[in-house]
Design a protein around this ligand. Structure first.
Ligand code: Z5A
Length: 207
């Protein structure tokens, strides 16, 4: 049996990743391809517990280093317990965020050393890289307004960040795309949903 494809979705908050993830699964399903949606941090019961720890706002500070290590701890569990087994069964995995999020948020956003992040990536998932990454790009103000329009719960540690932080993250993502154009496709997520859907299905078709 051939290995499934590993597709990751990236972008700033409110870019539409969850919306696109469902759309991609439905589109693939209609073509006879079994795909599953998962997310990071999280994706398995244990990794979801780590997600809670890393996103929750609390009285104790979480350093950028600790934040990064928690992201990779959750990722390690997720890769070994869900992503690799699903791909080995021939399923496609659509993952809402992966290591590019660490590069963009902890690297470009928080200013951590990218070389250290790459060392951790190599240790945690080695040869496993996404076959394709869809970067949903849109202006920060638009993403935040979409996310805040939808959110009913209290802001987590990232949602409480200032706009300049998300500007650094967005620029970081665009640099990642520029440096790896074969893997990363930039989708104009500021467009209306039918237009975004068309851009996404075009990318899936080419896979
Ligand atoms: N994080 C990190 O720092 N390092 C890491 O390594 C990883 C993560 C893995 C949680 O991520 C946080 O973890 C995240 C980065 C950090 N924090 N931030 N920011 P998350 O992915 O769980 O949370 P999120 O980025 O905040 O996701 P989100 O707000 O759920 O956004 P989304 O999934 O991209 O958007 P959506 O829910 O699909 O859409 C938002 C709303 O817009 C919704 O009402 C839609 O109906 C609407 N929408 C979607 N598309 C459109 C279009 N095209 N037009 C109009 N309206 C639209």
């Amino acid at each position: 049996m051939s290995r499934g494809r590993f597709i990751t979705l990236e972008g700033i908050e409110g870019a539409g990743k969850s919306t696109v993830a469902q759309l991609a699964v439905d589109w693939l399903g209609a073509r006879g391809i079994t795909a599953r949606v998962t997310r990071e941090p999280g994706g398995t019961p244990l990794a979801e517990r780590v997600r809670k720890i890393v996103l929750e706002r609390g009285p104790e500070a979480v350093s950028p280093q600790a934040e990064t290590l928690l992201m990779f701890a959750a990722r390690s569990i997720h890769v070994e317990n869900l992503i690799r087994p699903a791909l080995a069964r021939g399923e496609w995995v659509i993952c809402d965020r992966f290591t590019d999020a660490t590069r963009a948020y902890q690297g470009y956003g928080r200013g951590l050393d990218q070389a250290w992040i790459e060392q951790l990536a190599l240790a945690v998932h080695g040869d496993l890289q996404p076959d394709c990454t869809l970067l949903l790009d849109l202006p920060v103000a638009m993403g935040l307004s979409r996310a805040r329009g939808r959110s009913g719960s209290a802001a987590d540690r990232f949602e409480a960040e200032v706009e300049e932080f998300f500007e650094r993250v967005r620029k970081g993502y665009l640099l990642i795309a520029q440096n790896d154009p074969r893997r990363v496709r930039v989708v104009d997520a500021a467009r209306a949903l039918p237009d975004v859907t068309e851009q996404v299905t075009r990318a899936l078709e080419s896979l």
